[in-house]
Design a protein around this ligand. Sequence first.
Ligand code: NAP
Length: 506
Amino acid sequence: MRESRIGERSEVSQSASRRLRYAVIGAGMAGILAAIKLDERGEDFAVFEKADRLGGTWRDNRYPGLTCDVPAHAYTYSFAPWPEWSAYYAAGEEVRTYFEWVAERYRIGASIHYGREVVDCAWDDHAAEWTLTFQDGVTMQAEVVIAASGVLHHPNLPDIPGLSSFAGEAFHSAQWNDCVELDGKRVGVIGNGSTGVQLITALHDRVERLVHFQRSPQWIMPVPQFVYTDDQREAFRTNPALIDAIRNDPQYWSNIYRFADGLTDPESPQMGEIEAYCRANLEGTIKNPELREKLRPNYRAACKRLIYSWQYYDCVQSPGVFVETGGIDKVVPDGILMKDGTLHPLDVIVLATGFKADRFIRPTVVRGRDGRSLDDFWATRPRAHFAVAMPGFPNFFMLNGPSGPVGNFSLIDIAERQWGYIDQLLEPLRAADARAVEPRADAFEAYEERRVDAARKTIFGSGCTSWYLDKTGVPAIWPWSYQAFADAMAEPVLEQFSFEPATQEA
Ligand code: NAP
């Protein structure tokens, strides 16, 4: 491949604009975003979704208590505010309704092809296009692929001995079994990440006995929750400026930036504040000293993704709730047997054990230049230039790909900024000046080296286990400030990319 810098582009051509063919993989939040943006431009695109409904994580997760822990008015597309949110933090079902409303309002429904699982994406150097193969062997070509396949998508099923011998019902939180009766039952929840904590808050007064199996305690950030009244919603409908005022609330954004600063510098005053809040929450809310010590983490706040909850500590002190911190020996037909011999008799076991966070688009096979596979490129860890693109995989972009700022931030805001970045990279292709774009290998390796170095120094690398860590123990996350992310996404450094001139086509 002959590389050309974008600086040379003006000499290549000033030719007419070209309509590219795009394949978007996934109809969750990011795929919907891509579809709307491409539709606005009048581009030729299709969205392929393996399920029969849109919504991604909000379609898959339906467990009781599911709540989005980003304020609802901030967890919306910037161009599609929604006056109907019922509360400051919205329930999962409402978030799903929001995405369905957006898809309808922006009329992208006809572009989404359901039941279409992309199993293979292969780059053809000669034609400068991707061939996508679906589960039924059908193929199609696209010049640009947008992988909007989500981050936390593949359930992590724990390898606990005897699980299959359980006489009751056992299922993962993201594979909720609606047919299972919970009221008045004995329920065990394994895992105390955001999911496990939300489950306990929802179930504590519904079941006869609730056992929360906690392998390592979590820091809990107290946050306020309140409902919006009918009058407020009516005001939001008639005066969108009121929504803007919430979305753009300087205090909210100041908190986001301060929070991100804290994550990147464990010794910062911002991180000190976060820890003080969490510690005061634990000390001030949990009355029983024994329970308080069970719930006290021995690692720094925000090392694992911080849990936002206004209820957990109250609910966990309810009479029917028991926090089990011992090691699980095995599951037996009647319940869960602990290593100390204690048996917790149970009717239902919920596995709130998280997700395989290193999968991204996989198991779809992706083969770039010279047939190089994504598995090979990601042998050490999932990695991508500024989280969106990879050398050797031309015209292939990810929304919410590896090492983005997946924290306690709005992934919608992140995806919108990433889209802006990708959109600019595609401009030379649309202008017919180039036919392929990818990060330069040297620029990417330099970036990744810097990222890994910085990631080790973040709070996520301060000594705990979490889904943020890759298999080598390096936090797989954006390690700089949120402002640095916003700045990076505002304008790609074009010198870091190779643009293959369109003239090669001849
Ligand atoms: P998670 O944070 O990865 O937590 C998994 C939990 O399962 C941890 O407590 C872990 O213990 C435990 N676990 C895993 N394997 C186990 C085993 N074999 N035996 C015992 N315990 C085991 O997963 P999650 O709670 O589903 O949350 C994942 C992410 O989803 C969140 O961090 C968040 O990004 C997202 N989420 C967001 C919201 C929201 O409101 N926006 C809601 C839910 C989830 P250890 O800590 O000891 O490993």
